[in-house]
Design a protein around this ligand. Structure first.
Ligand code: NAD
Length: 471
């Protein structure tokens, strides 16, 4: 019987051999014109278009993700990423000239966007196709090779990804390794030129520590608690509808999901009425059970189901009031949309990322206390403000820090391909999407070409006379 050590040794040998082949290929890719990258992206686009049903079925089998949500948040987003890259790649890859300046008179200088080389993409389960293939689009656009490690918690989607990559690319260009943390940890031993990780902040730290050993650059797309603030000038009906949509999308298992809510005390009651109305009607028919509607997904697994039930019951024990929902069914990892009022700030629901369909609501009297609270928490991936007061909007922009922010809506900033996407400190490092994704996978190489036989720097060569020291 082969023991564990031998298996690890065999895996390491396999990975090292693949890494070497990708390194050799990467040297060739960096010399290619952008036209060959376009061809690869077009192949990828054609496969996704021809296999939308397969992708939809896979994410449904993984966690009952509704058909339309699968199209909207898995395939459409990837197709939009590819289309933008196809349209913009010529511009993105073009060297950017910079002014020479008087000191460099006669020279020319530009920024050359070279591929980083061999990249590792590690992705989570919650948008299993999009968060794996989105970064791959940027990696290919920038001219890299890539090894992909999709999530072990969505095996059906990971299988579709492996099939797609196997059909489209030779292994030395793009390869997929399936498995859990043990595979990631073996992969992380290798000296990748760039690591693009999407997942929890806890695992992000493990990835960054391993990357430090090889000084691999990293993009870390992490999670956290994204606050929603509703002030007294907000359109409450509009806010309630948008928050219900953003919170229940993917059953609350979205990195930019509205996590918890602070509402001005004077409008709380009226807002709660609107919130209940949209909870009853947006994802289902009034009176219908959330279990019956095909529009509502499930919690990914037992572990997360139990984590959420535990957080819910301790919040209630600690004094929070249940104002909507609270139905659970372990046989299907089902948790109905749930709203809690007056949730103590020390509870798990207010301390840790919820990542489920539970919405804690607390009230505030003035914005100073909200801003102070937010600034006392780890920096959020997103901040949402519902307000029609421009001075208040400006206060949150200048006085708080988060990776992204959105006024009078939720989640949609993720889909704006011309905006950078990513967190800050605890919620992430580096940016992705569109041009920002291309830059994440590129080395911005400084290129200076000097005139032969002449350099204005000669003025600064020794001997360092008194006249030179005055320059
Ligand atoms: P996770 O961190 O548990 O797993 C992500 C990946 O890391 C998986 O491929 C997994 O196999 C691997 N992994 C897990 N434990 C590991 C370990 N100990 N060592 C090495 N690798 C390990 O995250 P998840 O549960 O799949 O996803 C949910 C988290 O991801 C949430 O925190 C969410 O906010 C975050 N997220 C962030 C974004 C973003 O774009 N910022 C997007 C989606 C999800």
């Amino acid at each position: 019987m082969i023991d564990e050590k031998q298996q690890t040794k065999a895996l390491d040998a396999d990975l090292s051999e693949l890494f070497l082949r990708q390194s050799q290929k990467a040297l060739l890719l960096r010399q290619e014109s952008y036209g060959l990258r376009i061809e690869r992206l077009k192949k990828l686009k054609a496969w996704v278009l021809a296999n939308t049903t397969k992708i939809r079925d896979a994410v449904y089998s993984d966690f009952k993700k509704p058909e339309f949500e699968a199209d909207l948040s898995e395939t459409f987003v990837v197709l939009a990423d590819i289309n933008l890259a196809l349209k913009s790649l010529k511009k993105w890859t073009k060297p950017k000239s910079v002014p020479a300046g008087l000191t460099y008179f006669g020279s020319s200088a530009f920024v050359h966007y070279e591929p980083k080389g061999v990249c590792l993409i590690i992705s989570p389960w919650n948008y299993p196709f999009n968060l794996c293939i989105g970064p791959l689009v940027s990696a290919i656009a920038a001219g890299n090779t890539a090894i992909i490690k999709p999530s072990e918690l969505t095996p059906n989607t990971s299988q579709v990804i492996a099939q797609m990559v196997g059909e489209l690319f030779p292994q030395e260009e793009v390869a997929v390794y399936q498995g859990g943390p043990e595979i990631t940890q073996r992969l992380l031993q290798l000296p990748f030129n760039h690591i693009f990780f999407t997942g929890s902040s806890a695992v992000g730290k493990i990835v960054m520590e391993a990357a430090a050993k090889n000084l691999s650059s990293v993009t870390l797309e992490l999670g956290g608690k994204s606050p929603v603030i509703i002030d007294k000038t907000a359109n409450l009906k509009d806010a309630a509808e948008k928050i219900v949509w953003g919170k229940l999308l993917n059953c609350g298992q979205t990195c930019v999901s509205p996590d918890y809510l602070f509402i001005h005390e004077s409008v709380r009651e009226s807002f709660m009425e609107h919130l209940k109305y949209f909870l009853e009607t947006l994802f289902k028919q009034p009176g219908e059970n959330f279990k019956e509607t095909p529009n509502y997904a499930r919690i990914i697994n037992k572990k997360h189901y139990q984590r959420l039930c535990q957080a819910l019951s301790t919040a209630i024990e600690d004094g929070a009031s249940l104002v909507y929902g609270g139905d659970v069914d372990e046989t299907e990892n089902f948790i109905s949309p749930t709203v809690l009022d007056n949730v103590p700030l020390h509870t798990t629901l207010m301390k840790e990322e919820i990542f489920g369909p539970i919405l804690p609501v607390n009230t505030f009297k003035n914005h100073d206390e909200v801003i102070q609270y937010i600034n006392g928490q780890p920096k959020a991936l997103s901040l949402y403000l519902f307000s029609n007061d421009k001075r208040i909007q400006k206060r949150y922009r200048l006085e708080t820090s988060s990776g992204t922010a959105c006024v009078n809506d939720v989640v949609v900033q993720f889909q704006q391909p011309h905006l950078p996407f990513g967190g800050v400190n605890e919620s992430g490092i580096g940016k992705s999407h569109g041009h920002f994704g291309f830059l994440a996978f590129s080395n911005e190489k400084a290129w200076l070409k000097q005139r032969v036989g002449f350099t204005s720097a000669k003025l600064l060569y020794p001997p360092y006379s008194a006249a030179k020291k005055r320059i």
